[in-house]
Structures are given as C-alpha cells and as structure tokens.
Design a protein around this ligand. Sequence first.
Ligand code: 3HC
Length: 700
Amino acid sequence: MSDQVSAGAVTREDRGDVAVLVIDHPPVNALSQAVRADLIRHVLELGADPAIACAVIAGRGRAFIAGADIREFGKPPFAPLTYEAAFIIEASHKPVVAAIHGVALGGGCEIALACHARVVTPDARLGLPEVTLGILPGGGGTFRLPRAIDPLVAIEMIGSGHHARADEALRLGLVDAIATGDVIEEAMAMARALVGQPLRRLSSAPAREIDDARARELVAAIEKKARGQMSPGEAARAVYDNLRAPLADAQAREREAASRLVYTEQAAALRHVFFAEREAARIPLIEGVAARKVETVGVAGCGTMGAGIAVALVDAGYAVIVVERDEQSAAAGAERIAALHDRAVASGRLDEETRRARMARMAFATDKAAFAPCDLVIEAVFDDLEVKQALFRDVSAIVRDDCILATNTSYLDPNAIASAARDPARVVGMHFFSPANIMRLLEVVHANRTSSDVLATAVAVGRKLGKLPILAGGCEGFIGNRILAAYRRQCEYMLEEGATPREVDEAMESLGLPMGPFAVADLSGLDIAWARRKRLAPTRDPRERYVAIPDTLCEMGRLGRKTNAGWYRYVDGRRADDPVVRDIIDAAAHAREFPRHRFSAAEIQLRIIAAMANEGARILDEGMALRASDIDLVYINGYGWPRWLGGPMFQADRIGLRAILDEARAMEARDGHGWTPSPLLVRMAERGETFGGARDGVRP
Ligand code: 3HC
C-alpha cells in the first residue's frame, strides 16, 4: 500500500511503515533552497509520525541529487543550507537510507553521507566535485567522507573532485550495497533492517588512523598540481585539519572556507566555465539535424598534426586510413603514431592488447585512391592554399559522393579550399590543436556553403573524439588564432612603448597564464609566424602599425629555444634577459619615436585583455562565433588559459566593458589604423552590458 502525503520539490510516499522521500526537481535534482527546506520538513515530520519506522531518500528522473544549485552560488545564501539539512537527517532517530541512481555529487553526496546507509544502482557515480567549481564541500563532506572511507583517499577525492563509480564506491566503503534489483526496494529493506539498531552517524564516528607524513605530502602534492587554483589545496587541507578536530571546529572551518571561496574570482570564473560548456553544446544551426554515419576516416598527411589526429580517431573507435605522399613519409608517419601510443602505454593509459586492436584498424598508403571507402577525409597537409586545393580536387574524384572533406587549416580561407572540391557543401573546417590526440578544443569551421548535416557530422565526430567542438565562421584565423594575433600584436606594441619581454611575460604569468607570450613564442619557434608574415607582406595595409622586432630576431637566426636564443637567451634551458634583444627593441622604438614609459603589470594586463576582448567583440559582431562564452572556451581548451581565469571575455566583463572600451579608444588614438573599437563593444559598454549578458543577442 502506498500513500502520497505531499507534493512539492520533495514528495513523501509512505509504503507501509517506510517513508520514501522522492526529490523531484528537474533536470538533475539540484539541491535548491526548496529541496533543502522540503527535505528537512519531511524528516522532522516522519520522525514524529508513529506510523513510520524508517525512511528512504531517492531522486526522480536522471539523478539522485547533482549537488547544490550552482545558480544560487555567488548570491546571498538562502536558509536552510545543505549542512543544516545534513545534520537533521543524520540526527534522525529513525534510520534513513539513501537510494542512489545516476549521480550523487557535491551536496547530493553529502546528503547521502548524512544518511545512515547508502544503496546504489550499478551505474551510479558519487563524488565531491566542489573544487572544480572553486569551492569546497560545504555540507559536511570534509569531515564525513574521511570517516566513511580511508582518510587519505578522502583527501585525494575531495582535492581532485574525482567521481567514484558504484563498484569503486563499494570497495572504498562509501556505499553499503549495490542494488541487484530495484534500488528503492533494496534501500527500504536495508532501512527496515536498521530499525532498533545503533545508527552510524558519520560526523561523530572516529576517523581511521593515518600516516601523518603521507597525508601532509598528499596535501602539498594536490596544492602543487592545482597550479594557482586555490580550491584543491584548501579543500585537501580542510579534510586533513578536520580529521582530528572536534566536530564543532571542523564544521566551523568548513563553513568559513566554503562561504569565503564561493565569492572569489576563481569560483566565479569556474562557474562561468561550467555553464559555458553546457551552452556550447547548443548549436542552433544544427539542432535536430541528423549527423551522417561515419565509420572510416581518411587522414591526408601524417606529420605532427596528422599523426595526432589519426591517433585521436583510432582511439575513439574509427577505422583510419592514412595517406602520405611517399613510402618514406608514410614510414615516418607510422613511427610518429607508434611514438604517441608508446607514450600512452608507458603512462599506463593504454595496454598492449588494446594498442594492437587499435593498430589493426589503421592502414597506411601512398596513393590517395586508398581514401575510396572513407566517410570523412581530414586533410593535415602543409598549410598552403594550392597544396590543399590540389588535394581536395584529387580526393573529390576518388571518394563517394556523400564523403565529407574536412580541412585542418589554421589560417587559410576555408572557402577557397572548398572551391576546389567537387561539392563545396561537403567541405568543413576541423581545426585541431596540437597535440591533436590530447588537446580538447576543436574549432568546427562553417564555410559559406557547408551544409548543415556536414556541420552536424563534424560536431558529432568531434564529440566522439572526446573533444569540445566550438563552431567558428570562416574568417582569417577563425576564433582562436584571430584573437591570438591581436594579443601578440598588442604585446609587441608595448615593447616599442617601453615594456620589456620579461615584464609582459611576468604580467601575464601573474594573471595566471602558465607562460607569457614571448616565452611561448620562443618555445614554439619564431620561424612559423615569420614565414606567415612574409607571405602576407604584399597584401599588408601600409597604414597598419607593424612591429619589425621579431623579423630582426629571425634574420639574426634567433628562432627561439631551438637555437638557444629568441626573445630571451637560454642557458641550460633557463630563460635569461638578453642585452642584444634590449638593443634591438631600443633601436626599433627610437626609430618610431613613440613616447616610452614604464609599464605596470596591471597596465599590461588591461591592454592585453582589452585587445583580446575588442577582437572577440568583432568576431561576435561579424557572426564568426556564436557567443562570447565560446571564445572563452577556445582560450581555455586550446591556448592554455587556466579554467579558473574564465577566458578573456570573462576577464573583460570582470574589468568592466566601459574600462575596456576606454582602453580600446586609447589604443586607437595611439596606434591609428586597425584599433577602432568594435561597434558591439561600444554598444554594450554604453548600455552597461556584459559579454555574459550578450549571449542571446549574437547571431550565429
Ligand atoms: N546546479 C544547477 N544546474 C545544474 C547542476 C547544478 N548542480 N547540475 C547540472 N545542472 C543543469 C545544467 O546546467 C544543465 O542545464 P541546461 O539544460 O539548462 O543547460 C542541466 O542541468 C543538465 O546538465 P548537463 O547538460 O551537464 O547534463 P549531463 O547529464 O551531461 O550531466 C551532471 C549531469 C553529471 C549532473 C552534470 O551536470 C554535473 O556534473 N553537474 C554539476 C555537479 C556538481 O558539480 N555538483 C556540485 C555542486 S557544488 C555543491 O554541491 C556544494 C555543496 O558542497 C554544498
């Protein structure tokens, strides 16, 4: 017999003497204020109800509870909070058992830990991923989890945000049983069995003894690995400190840290990225459009990029046909692929048997005719228009009429490449980032005539590769490299105006980038950009401000780290300032007659963010990106921006678009041509808007 007692965010359904509390807050049962309040009310009511002996908490729909409602973060907290709900559940004198399906994350896992036992479905996942949002568990996780499982594992889990699958959770002792049938029925049985027994309340249970030195080493390692992100270290330390602390102190420590971290810039940035990633999945142009079936993929060219693409494809389950121009290049390509797999085997990510199975799906050829059975061919040949056009012309004559041709060009006009194909509607850009088997970003480039199902297929293949596909328009440099050019240009301008490469690098490193722009340029080599500048020289607008310093460095054979000299001098791999570079910069600046001054780190950061945001705004204005948050994701997943910085457009919002506009206007006054503030930036700044708020106003 079942008896429905009330409706709301949480429904109570009495099944005999068991009250089943079902959370019903779509889409993922986030622990909103209404859910917290309802849970508390029900637990107090059932405690006083003589007809009820015990209770089960379960979730309706996709998940048990996906955690606190992230949309409430950064706003004043609404009582009751998760930790209060957890204490009330734990204090119940009637057994309460969690019946978990889908996910129990963050506050959801904390509610489960407050229950007296936990039963899960075989596909359930549990974890405390708060650190990935820049915070730490605030519902008792820092002191309950290390009392449920090995405290060292708890430090690691909370410090990394790792999700444990059901079998791992059972092994760790995080859950009590994996259901073989209906999870609610089995949780009810467990609850009944607990009636009259001493209840396990984790907050007052003793923690297992640990090796203190190892725990401290672990906390230090987590702090180091976080590379500037605060939350992992703080969370790991809180778990460690709470191991032996009285409950009241542990609770106070957790609350203090949770309520402080949630208001930090890092937490705001990480929340922005969380929602940006979900938003990026929405590409209106292809909504409801079916992707074509892709099983066999051709890769033309097996240099560094082609090899990375081929490995990404074969690892994701595709059959791959690699074509190189001759036997020698094909052998070199096969070696590159083997080396990438060697690395995966050495690091334990791949076992020999899987590797053999993958290689059995890969074929090498020197004749493009081998592409005949392909559903998709991705070219990764030399970035030269004629070479790529010739390839697409040839491949068009070989492949089936429904085969998609994708170009991996980084700078060339995809429309010009597409024009060489028999059917330009089947041509799309798939711009991978090196190393292509590792980097998560994939710019999917919409050429003028790309058909929507071809676009949908490129996106679907990208997702199957585990990449984050971001739609870009077919402009010079697409999203990422176009903004990169504006970024680099601005950095070079500042050299002519008085900054040093080290000052610029250190300013960006202090903002949070792993490496400043000049150090990065030295690492990747100055010659590629030099070749490009030479290629573009004949069409360059003569009014454009052009900084010749990098050309001078290249002419001197200073190509970066590989020649032990570039923007810096390298001694034993360490960068050192070089008076030669200083003299080159001085001479260039003198010739320009720019007023020179000392730059503060803040001024450098402002100019760079303004330049990037201004270019980003142009990209949006031209419809080359769907939304500002996509631009941020490009920088985070393709250009080494840490997630906790939120990306350049987010940074511009934080500085304020009015200040960015003022800086863009100052750039225009200084530099003349090429720095006109984007009309979108002007409009938004004048209306007091932010890029975050402009999402819906941007056309695809
Ligand atoms: N709060 C608010 N909205 C949430 C949410 C949350 N915790 N989790 C997911 N959503 C929303 C998403 O924004 C998305 O909304 P949309 O459809 O409007 O874009 C919708 O739910 C579905 O999410 P996904 O697209 O991500 O669906 P998936 O099925 O791919 O993934 C998930 C589901 C595994 C639950 C994933 O969304 C996720 O990892 N969510 C975040 C989990 C998390 O970090 N929880 C911890 C929060 S912090 C906390 O609990 C503090 C505590 O200590 C007090």
